[in-house]
Design a protein around this ligand. Structure first.
Ligand SMILES: [Zn+2]
Ligand SMILES: [Zn+2]
Length: 283
């Protein structure tokens, strides 16, 4: 019989904050991690590193080791593949520059969609959407919200279906990078490249080519992995000589119910391995 006692890992290497789509500020996240007696957490916001500074300040105060990370959204012939980068060298700016470029491209894309809506005769302006985003990274949900507020559609879902999904009249595709590009960017930035939650879209077929491109780790423990998947990815990690990482993919309990901080993760050894790998690249 299994005993039902939950053993919490020492490190949760996959956490989102308000710097992307998480509900807690970096400060709150680190304080919660300290309450849970986590030794380390990875700050892995989507396509941004803007949560690092606050997290590091909090980490020094609350005694939590902060792993400076990022989660890159990449496209593998229509399949979404997420690449985690850890312990990126802040002195190397290649990744930061690319992130800025992607952010600008995202904004231009949204403006193009607004223009298409205007051409369809819908009264919507850039400034309305920008105001509605309240400083968050601007996206399709902000357009959808304005369409709801104006009574043009009844729900955000309807706004997406009628106007904002591929094939709909106001859709503009986003600028995408491939998994290989994501891996290279992280490596050029001095970081360790890790395949995030391979089980969500079962993307393990890509492993040989990604290892060739410089992939160094694979996320084995994750809130959306089944025990059978964990076993499978452990075996693949051994086969390809990859570091086994883990994390909850915490976004705040209200955003992802049941996904608690620190419930998935790794031992502190893995943190040390990550640091060692990164140090060899910080030259
Ligand atoms: Zn992800
Ligand atoms: Zn994530």
């Amino acid at each position: 019989m299994h005993n039902m006692e939950i053993r919490y890992p020492e490190a949760d290497l996959h956490c989102h904050t308000t710097a992307s789509d998480g509900l807690l500020t970096p400060w709150e996240l680190v304080r919660n991690a300290a309450d849970l007696k986590l030794k380390a957490i990875g700050i892995t916001d989507h396509d941004t590193i803007s949560g690092w500074d606050e997290a590091e300040k909090a980490g020094r105060i609350f005694g939590v080791d902060i792993i400076k990370g990022v989660e890159l959204n990449t496209d593998w012939s229509g399949v979404e593949v997420h690449i985690l980068g850890y312990e990126i060298d802040p002195r190397k700016t290649v990744l930061q520059e690319k992130l800025r470029e992607l952010r600008e491209a995202r904004q231009i894309r949204i403006f193009k969609m607004i223009k298409k809506l205007q051409e369809l005769g819908i009264p919507i302006s850039k400034s309305e959407v920008e105001e509605g985003s309240r400083g968050e990274s601007i996206g399709r949900p902000h357009i959808a919200q304005i369409l709801v507020e104006k009574g043009i559609v009844r729900s955000q879902g309807e706004a997406f279906d009628r106007f904002l999904v591929p094939g709909a009249p106001a859709f503009v595709p986003r600028m995408k990078i491939t998994p290989e590009e994501g891996i290279r960017l992280i490596r050029q930035g001095g970081g360790v490249a890790v395949l995030a939650h391979p089980g969500i879209h079962s993307v393990e077929k890509g492993l040989p080519q990604w290892v060739k491109a410089g992939l160094q780790g694979i996320e084995v423990s994750h809130s959306e992995h089944s025990p059978a998947q964990e076993i499978k990815y452990k075996e693949l990690a051994k086969k390809y000589g990859l570091l086994m990482t883990g994390g909850s993919d915490f976004h705040g309990e209200d955003r992802k119910p049941g996904v608690s901080l620190g419930k998935w993760g790794t031992s502190y050894n893995v943190v040390e391995e990550l640091k060692k790998l990164a140090q060899m690249q910080h030259v």
